[in-house]
Design a protein around this ligand. Structure first.
Ligand code: SF4
Length: 366
């Protein structure tokens, strides 16, 4: 595969062959691809903020925020913009380059609440942080309005394979997810889409989800890989946790089939040892969620993560730096006077949709 090429005709069989390789071979291959496209010592840190918790009408079998399940989640109305700003500043001070705001909605509805979210996006954007939203289904017009407010990325997970989807969710179809991703793609907002493993799916379903993501053209700029956190009161409360080896295989396979993508370790990190996480970074993960909570489920403490970064010699990525980096180039000092130091980065492999303001801030060497 050439450095700037994405392969978009992956088949399930090809992906299964990668997933099932002897582990050492899989790790070697994934780490090789990773080094070709990314700085292996840089990991992007995102903070996830639940701006509207609980009371969701959907029935996602893994989710404690679905109104129909009896979980301990305390529902909240939409957060005030000032509160969001304070949380974003805290996240920035502790090393996050991106704030991802999640609302437990089936879909976005035009009106005062959406206007409030747009204001949150504008506010965080002014803090020189990347802003991501995950708000449910979205029309093309709403995606456009978010783009105009300065949204950097929109998260909409495929969750699992098309075949297994109906075993997890009945209130919407896999096709609806693809439609929203398509609407985001039509704006200049980057796409973040991944899934969850450990929901009782077969390995074929993991490969099926990766086929659906990798055959998108362009591929998503970011792919979160979650391990199910089985929450009491949800239909998946009794699921056994997946092993670290499954996580490592999933991360490595994702890295190989989507070489330029940012692969994010998401839910389930509290169940992983540092050794396990290190192996995931080696296999190509280059993003994590920071903060003691991931929407509603526990997440490692920020200080613990920073200790782990120190131990492993990892550096948090600066905001608005490019994801795919085949070749290192030195940027001139004058370009980065606002960043306080002279960073290294590399030439983008292909054009990724991104908002103009972000582009201006990143001052990429095209
Ligand atoms: S995952 Fe999202 S859409 Fe599904 S129930 Fe939870 S909040 Fe609602």
């Amino acid at each position: 595969m050439s450095m700037s090429e994405q392969k978009h005709d992956w088949t399930k069989q090809e992906i299964l062959e990668i997933y099932n390789k002897p582990l050492m071979e899989l790790l070697y291959e994934a780490a090789t691809v990773h080094r070709k496209f990314h700085d292996p010592n840089t990991v992007q840190v995102s903070t996830l903020l639940s701006i509207k918790t609980g009371g969701c009408p959907e029935d996602c079998g893994y989710c404690p925020q679905a109104a129909r399940y009896h979980t301990d989640i305390e529902g909240n109305d939409l957060m005030q913009v000032s509160h969001v700003k304070a949380q974003a500043l805290r996240a920035k001070a502790s090393g996050s380059s991106r704030v991802c705001m999640g609302a437990a909605w089936r879909n976005v509805k035009d009106g005062p609440e959406f206007d409030q979210v747009l204001e949150m996006v504008r506010t965080i954007n002014k803090l020189d942080m990347e802003v991501c939203c995950t708000l449910g289904m979205l029309t093309e017009n709403q995606a456009q309005r978010l783009a105009e407010a300065g949204l950097y990325a929109y998260n909409h997970n495929l969750d699992t394979s098309e075949d297994y989807y109906k075993d997890v969710i009945s209130t919407r179809a896999f096709e609806d997810r693809l439609d929203t991703i398509d609407n985001v793609r039509k704006s200049n907002v980057t796409v973040c889409s991944g899934g969850i493993i450990g929901m009782g799916e077969a390995i074929e379903d993991r490969a099926g989800m990766l086929v659906a993501l990798a055959t998108l053209n362009p591929q998503p700029e970011s792919v979160p890989i979650n391990a199910l956190v089985a929450v009491e009161g949800t239909p998946m409360e009794d699921m056994e946790p997946i092993s670290i080896w499954e996580m490592v295989r999933m991360v490595a396979t994702t890295r190989i089939v989507m070489p330029e993508t940012q692969v994010r370790l998401s839910a389930g990190r509290t169940q992983m040892s540092r050794e396990g996480q290190a192996m995931c970074f080696f296999a190509g993960a280059n993003s994590i969620f920071a903060g003691d909570k991931l929407l509603t489920t526990p997440n490692p403490d920020v200080n613990e993560d920073m200790e782990m970064f120190k131990l492993l010699g990892l550096n948090p990525q600066k905001p608005f730096t490019k994801v795919s980096q085949p070749k290192t180039v030195e940027a001139s000092e004058s370009q980065f006077k606002d960043l306080g130091e002279k960073p290294k980065w590399t030439r983008p492999g292909h054009s990724i949709a991104r908002n103009e303001e972000a582009k201006a801030k990143s001052k990429l060497v095209e």
